[in-house]
Design a binder for this molecule. Sequence first.
Ligand code: MLT
Length: 214
Amino acid sequence: MSVSSSFVHRFEPATRRDAPPLLLLHGTGGDENDLLPLGAAVAPGAALLSVRGKVLEHGMPRFFRRVAEGVFDEADVVRRAHELADFVEAARVEYGLAAPIALGYSNGANIAAAMLLLRPQTLRGAVLLRAMVPLANPPSPDLAGRPVLILSGRQDAIVTAANGEKLAGLLATAGASVERQVIPASHALSQADVALAQRWLQGVRAGADVPAAE
Ligand code: MLT
């Protein structure tokens, strides 16, 4: 598969060797340009692979179909998670990358969570911003040692506290090393997200909770 033809994306090569690559996954209506500044802010010098979702909802790119707000077409979640995982694996070969840490926001966080559950070898870990449970009956993958940061907004009108907590529980049960923080924010990103993600990624880079490279 030619990487460039399978998903619209942007790739920024690393400028430092010790920074794990980031896979940037935007929210509904975003595109591959949206999270590049966030990626550069939270992981200076890391390679950035930023992808545009292929599903269009009234012209707005997403990573999978939904029936209504918070109600997902789960067959499409599964199909699209595998399609994106295939892309990431091909991109790793083409760009010479280690397994990336996903940095996803909203719909992008949800497809990252689905990839962790369905294709656990694809990601080294994940930062999930305003994520929710993507599948009602997910499989039980082996996520042993994979670091995951979940940042939920206390005033989030889209993702309930219980849903974010359930996702954290699912991933922890699968063996992931999950840190979840509920911050004073809405569904929109805040400065606290940037600071917390940056600090957490510094910890990952320092070697804490990082599974051996695959
Ligand atoms: C969104 O607006 O994108 C939702 O909150 C999350 C989703 O549909 O995946």
